[in-house]
Ligand binder design. Structure first.
Ligand code: SF4
Ligand code: SF4
Ligand code: SF4
Length: 305
């Protein structure tokens, strides 16, 4: 685990894939990670965010905007200002600033990168009636705009308030961080991790990130709060945090249950089968209408060519 470019071998090692897989699959870059790695939960990758190392430079944000073809950040943003003030359809990650010490004349800030947590059992995926959001075996929670109905159940279900909707678009999508799944498939680091100059972001196998976080806490008990955020919240996540102040002082919700949120969702759906049936019928109808609309647009575009 380090922040050097990911090699094909690293990925297969993290995934628990066998040496046979290395020889059997000659073109890693062109093969879906899911096909290579199977569903070994222990193989999931993630990011360890060490807020004690973060210098608040926002290079992770700049890289994310570029990678996702989102509007660039303004040239000048006031020091310690959270920009934008919340995640949006045009910002999949941002850096939040919290005053955590010092004095009024000499405040001390902690900067915290925020994005989708890539939950182990994501509520967003559990409630999606058409499977537009999926938890991949490698860790990223990805989204398929072609399947999306625009029902926004995922937005309501997410315990971290992450998915955003393109309200201003004629053909709106849900937008959020996808852990740079396409870059991972090419053996590259997530763009934000590759851009961080301070070593605050570490990419690797989740189980190795947990061991690394435990080692940092153990070796510097006076520095770190003895807790790894993301280890157990709503069943665990691929994004993990370390801090030197209580997590609720830096905007991370400590009141979430350890039980995965989907369990509650499924229980409710099972108790109300008519709701589930209604959702399914509505979903099917909207999907048919959207696909027909897309087909009409494509046909008219082809007719113009
Ligand atoms: S943080 Fe929210 S959007 Fe991200 S995987 Fe978890 S439930 Fe889904
Ligand atoms: S993993 Fe990729 S999409 Fe997610 S915050 Fe980092 S750069 Fe943005
Ligand atoms: S690039 Fe690294 S140091 Fe800079 S704000 Fe992002 S996480 Fe913090």
């Amino acid at each position: 685990m380090n922040n050097a470019p990911i090699t094909r071998r690293d990925f297969l090692k993290w995934s628990g894939a066998s040496a046979l897989a290395l020889t059997a699959i000659p073109a890693f870059d062109n093969v879906a990670l899911a096909d290579l790695m199977g569903a070994d939960e222990t193989a999931q990758v993630g990011i360890l965010i060490d807020t004690t190392k973060c210098v608040g430079c926002r290079q992770c944000q700049v890289a994310c905007q570029t990678r996702n073809n989102l509007p660039p950040l303004p040239e000048k943003i006031p020091a310690h200002a959270t920009y934008p003030d919340q995640l949006s359809a045009n910002a999949f990650t941002h850096v939040e600033f919290f005053q955590t010490g010092g004095t009024p004349s000499a405040p001390v800030f902690t900067s915290v990168k925020r994005q989708c947590m890539h939950c182990a059992e994501p509520a967003c995926a559990a409630v999606c009636p058409v499977g537009a959001i999926v938890k991949t075996p490698q860790g990223p929670v990805t989204y398929d705009a072609e399947k999306c109905l625009g029902c926004r159940y995922c937005m309501a279900a997410c315990p971290f308030n992450i998915p955003k909707f393109e309200w201003a678009s004629a053909n709106p999508r849900i937008r959020k961080c996808d852990l740079c799944a396409d870059r991972l498939a090419q053996g590259k680091l997530p763009a934000c991790v590759a851009a961080c100059p301070a070593g605050a972001l570490t990419f690797g196998a989740r189980k190795e990130l947990i061991a690394e976080a435990q080692a940092r806490i153990g070796s510097q008990p006076d520095k770190y709060v003895p807790y790894i955020y993301g280890l157990s919240q709503v069943g665990g996540a691929s994004i993990l945090y370390l801090a030197n102040v209580p997590f609720d002082q830096i905007g991370l919700n400590m009141n979430l249950p350890e039980t995965p949120v989907p369990e509650y969702t499924i229980q409710i759906m099972e108790k109300v089968p008519s709701i589930a049936l209604g959702v399914a019928l509505l979903a099917g109808g909207i999907a048919w209408w959207r696909n027909r609309k897309r087909g009409d647009v494509q046909e008219s575009e082809q007719a113009r060519e």
